[in-house]
Write a protein that binds this ligand. Structure first.
Ligand code: MOS
Length: 736
């Protein structure tokens, strides 16, 4: 089905099932522990051996020698896979560094060996016996030191152009009566999902099956095939349950490829879970950024000039964090400049983490807006309202499909009792606490990407949906079931959803908050085709057929779906494909974040007291799962504001705090009252579902709202995340 004109009324609009706060249909298997994750596929691979990954002990250089004799002789060891004996390996499209390194080492903890043994303990013990001597080379580890050498990166489909200009930024900025020029930094961050990267690989002749934990099945199949040098048709990836991804599982990683190599070496299935202490340096992470923002405005608070320049680093051949991109779109202003620069760093690979680009970009931009509002003597809500735009400010001929940022801000201000905030910082006390409120806009683009599904109707009237879409904890199973139930006119209980298998039609996958809108649109397309098949079987025009309550009705005729399906059932496969609607219209999601914090006047300890997010993100397919997504995102935003930081050893080029003990993320006790409001809207430009994404929107802007609240509480402006108490301590107001 091609979606190239705005959606009109369709079966989804009945809203009998769609739009309801339905419990997760995968809830029971998750909460009873019977959902089997990649590492638990013992039934499919009962004879699996265990692989243990050895990571490089240097960041840059070569393996001078490797002594495997003690490891090979250790009890239970079946094989030790290294680059020397693995055969020729290619590199996947989505991997920057090789997943099996050696003799050249590209980054710290790059895998250099897989020890395979009968038990996990044997593999782990033998891995300690691998002896490696390295020759170190000098590496580039410090972004600030490499800033001057940074270059404009090559454009790619996700990042867009590295530099954009409109009008005359320099002239307009110089002439502006009110100016801000400030630099912000965000640290390297880790996805730190609960389930580590894990895979079981099994060969049957030339055919390889990998049960794995992966967000993007089709990308993964392609990259496994490329890396191993085998046809895609010989690779099957299965990933029905995923214990969190956050972008860290967009790509196949070491676990999958080494499990496949190990299984080939020992002629037995091999299971590999990436050890937690390897995760931060072996896999990808959100790269640190340095961001300079300049804003010029009239005294009335109209932005006349805005510039956002960003620097980040990655391995040779890697990509930039596009932290400046939302600044191309979010606020009005005739004179504009944005630039992304990329430095070469010999650190572990930088890549997508929840809302890549906007998450760190909004951390900077939305503090800058707060600073500017203060210079102007304007309320920060009002300053944003005055600079709203209903068109792409760089290309004014492109309107937004829908943009209700102002309504988000105003609704939130009222609900949060923003009027109680004292604009002068450091004024409000509650016992030992300095109390403050902060606001930030939320913004994340809405990406359209094709997505397919297969739908089957059987002679019991059951509808089965199959698509390689994944559910990374987001609720995909449930919204897909709701979509099929609504479109086919059956209760939710009559729908079965099977996900995450490369044997199924290729979906949008889970990434960039595009999963919900696109994957359900693909399911909708397949269901519409199935409706045609049902109608044609009954000899009625599909336009005349009405599907409801498990029946097809046409004129006087009413036929149960089970009967219409016939003995062999009916099956249809289709997908959604998009025309150029998203080129004609700018599609984004909007929101407003409000945060209240308390800062201990003596110790500088920061406690979030309450949070509110107001989101405008098209039709909300399931308010319950969408709310959970936003709450999770707000929580992650608090992590970004106050806690998360991969501590970099700049001499040796690795992240020191490489486990969950050292990498701090929020826990329940850190998170107080959270509230979410969705504006009631549909976006006919986004898809037949009229929906958009929320899973990343909910995070974008949160950290800045926290930072702005800390400023309001204390009068201390921290521009370097995370805002830890040491950055406040020597500047706190005197304790009375
Ligand atoms: Mo998202 S960072 O594209 O999983």
């Amino acid at each position: 089905m091609k979606f190239d004109t705005p959606a009109t009324t369709n079966p989804i609009d009945q809203l009998k099932v769609i739009g309801k706060p339905t419990d997760r249909i995968d809830g029971p298997v998750k909460t009873t522990g019977s959902a089997r994750y990649a590492y638990e596929r013992n039934a499919e691979a009962p004879d699996a051996a265990y692989g243990y990954v050895v990571g490089a002990g240097i960041a840059k250089g070569r393996i001078a020698s490797m002594d495997l004799s003690a490891a090979r002789a250790a009890p239970g060891v079946l094989a030790v896979v290294t680059a020397r004996n693995a055969g020729k390996l290619g590199k996947g499209d989505f991997n920057t560094a090789k997943l099996l390194g050696g003799p050249e080492i590209d980054h710290y903890h790059q895998a250099v060996a897989l020890v395979v043994a009968n038990t996990f303990e044997q593999a782990r013990a033998a891995a300690q016996l691998v002896r490696i001597d390295y020759t170190r080379s000098p590496g580039r580890f410090d972004l600030s030191a490499e800033m001057a050498a940074a270059q404009l990166p090559k454009p790619n489909p996700f990042s867009g152009e590295p530099e954009t200009k409109a009008g005359d930024f320099a002239g307009a900025y110089a002439a502006a009566p009110v100016q801000l020029d400030a630099t912000y930094t965000t640290p390297d961050e880790s996805h730190a999902m609960m389930e580590p990267h894990a895979s079981i690989a099994a060969w049957k002749g030339e055919k390889l099956t990998i049960w794995t934990s992966n967000q993007m099945i089709a990308w993964g199949v392609g990259d496994v095939a490329k890396t191993l040098g085998i046809p895609k048709a010989n690779v099957r990836l299965v990933s029905p349950f995923i214990g969190g991804g956050f972008g860290g599982k967009l790509f196949v990683r070491t676990d999958a490829v080494l499990a496949a190599l190990g299984a080939r070496a020992v002629r037995r299935p091999v299971k590999v879970a990436l050890q937690r202490p390897l995760m931060m340096n072996n896999t990808t992470h959100r790269p640190a950024t340095i961001q300079r923002i300049r804003i010029g405005a009239t005294r009335e608070g109209k932005i006349t000039a805005i510039a956002h320049e960003g620097w980040s680093g990655d391995l040779p051949g890697g990509q930039a964090e596009t932290a400046v991109n939302q600044t191309r779109l979010l606020y009005a202003g005739a004179n504009r400049l944005t630039t992304t620069r990329l430095a070469v760093l010999d650190l572990p690979e930088g890549n997508a983490m929840r809302a890549p680009g906007e998450a760190p970009g909004m951390m900077a931009l939305e503090i800058a807006m707060d600073e500017m509002a203060e210079k102007l003597g304007l309320d920060p809500v009002e300053f944003r309202v005055r600079n709203d735009t209903q068109v792409d400010p760089e290309k004014p001929e492109r309107p937004y499909s829908q943009r209700r940022l102002i309504e988000c801000l105003r609704t939130g201000a009222e609900r949060f009792e923003w009027s109680r905030r004292n604009a002068r910082p450091g004024q409000q006390r509650d016992g030992r606490w300095l109390v403050g409120m902060g606001v930030a806009a939320a913004f994340r683009n809405n990406l359209l990407t094709k997505s397919a599904a297969r739908v089957r109707l059987d002679n019991r009237g059951m509808v089965t949906v199959e698509t390689d879409m994944t559910d990374i904890g987001t609720g995909s199973y449930t919204i897909i079931a709701q979509t099929a139930a609504e479109t086919m006119g059956v209760p939710l209980q009559r729908v079965l959803v099977r996900l995450g298998d490369s044997a199924f039609p290729v979906s949008a996958g889970s990434g960039g908050q595009w999963g919900a809108n696109n994957s359900t649109s693909g399911v909708y397309a397949a269901c519409m085709k199935l409706r045609e098949a049902v109608a044609s079987k009954l000899g009625i025009a599909s336009g005349d057929a009405e599907f409801s309550d498990g029946m097809v009705r046409a004129g006087e005729r009413t036929v149960p779906l089970a009967e219409a399906a016939g003995a062999n059932g009916l099956v249809a496969e289709d997908g959604i494909e998009y025309g150029d609607l998203d080129k004609k219209y700018q599609q984004s999601t909007f929101g407003a974040h409000f945060v209240e914090v308390g800062v201990d006047a003596a110790t500088g300890e920061i406690r979030v007291r309450r949070m509110l997010a107001v989101c405008a993100a098209g039709r909300i397919l399931n308010p319950k799962s969408a709310r959970s997504q936003v709450i999770g995102a707000m929580t992650m935003g608090v992590g970004g504001a106050l806690m998360e930081e991969l501590s970099l050893d700049k001499r040796h080029g690795f992240f020191v705090n490489h486990d969950l003990a050292g990498y701090e993320v929020p826990v329940h006790a850190d998170i107080p009252h959270q509230d979410v409001i969705f504006l009631d809207e549909t976006d006919p430009i986004s898809s037949p579902m009229k929906a958009k994404g929320v899973g990343e929107l909910g995070m974008c802007g949160v950290a800045a709202a926290v930072a702005n609240a800390v400023y309001n509480a204390t009068g201390i402006r921290v521009r370097n995340y995370p805002i830890t108490l040491d950055k406040l301590l020597d500047r706190l107001p005197p304790v009375a």
